[in-house]
Write a protein that binds this ligand. Structure first.
Ligand code: AP5
Ligand code: MG
Length: 189
């Protein structure tokens, strides 16, 4: 199986590049952000609770997202592999993912980390916020909070995967095609 953690700060292009990667490699795309937004849209109990945190740019609790991922990995038994987008975001989530995949006799193949400067992230997200309707893209304060959460809780995962020899940094600035080609070069190396 090809199991990729597509990593990077808010606005790095995880969702954009996932769309191309799942097509090329026939993978299942699991984005915890997308799953949470659909819970919010359906006004489920989980969605109502998650929205309060998401709108402030804060992470939702580990157990919530871990359960979401477990259910979807279980539901895709015949998958050729997965792209994990926006998950894991904490060391606890990374450990839970390793355990889950081990139970399925598989593991993470690599982490691809999109690297983009803060100024560019803020520019992209404010621009998307004009018409995306995503409440967390509406003001710079919330975007900054998402970046702070990323730096304090999520960025340390680079070390977690580096220690396993699985970390690959990829420059996330340029055209979508250029970045896609950098990603496929790493995957196929
Ligand atoms: P999530 O949905 O994961 O959001 P995020 O990580 O903040 O990142 P985005 O989805 O905004 O950015 P992206 O990297 O996917 O970039 P995109 O391709 O969209 O999480 C949202 C919230 O949910 C979190 O804050 C948290 O509350 C909660 N959550 C989710 N997962 C969680 C977890 N595991 N644990 C706990 N809480 C969790 O691109 C961004 C923009 O840039 C787009 O407009 C795009 O068109 C544009 N763009 C893309 N590529 C380029 C390029 N090369 N050049 C110029 N523009 C580009
Ligand atoms: Mg995304």
């Amino acid at each position: 199986m090809l199991n990729i953690v597509l990593f990077g700060p808010p606005g790095a292009g995880k969702g954009t590049q996932s769309a191309n990667l799942i097509e090329k490699y026939q993978l299942v795309h699991l984005s915890t952000g997308d799953i949470l937004r659909s819970e919010v849209a359906n006004k489920t109990i989980l969605g109502v609770e998650a929205k309060k945190l998401m709108d402030q740019g804060l992470l939702v609790p580990d157990d919530v997202v871990i359960k979401m991922i477990e259910a979807r990995v279980d539901a895709n038994r015949n998958a050729k592999g997965f792209i994990f987008d926006g998950f894991p975001r904490t060391t606890n989530q990374a450990k839970a993912l390793d355990q889950l995949l081990a139970r399925k006799n598989t593991s993470i193949s690599m982490m691809l980390a999109l690297e983009v400067e803060d100024d560019e992230l803020i520019k992209r997200l404010l621009n998307r916020g004009k018409d995306s309707g995503r409440p967390d893209d509406q003001n710079e304060e919330v975007i900054q909070k998402r970046i702070v959460e990323y730096n304090s809780k999520t960025a340390p995962l680079k070390n977690y995967y580096n220690e396993q020899g699985k970390f690959h940094g990829v420059k996330g600035v340029g055209t979508i095609e250029e970045i896609f080609s950098r990603l496929t070069s790493v995957i196929e190396a």
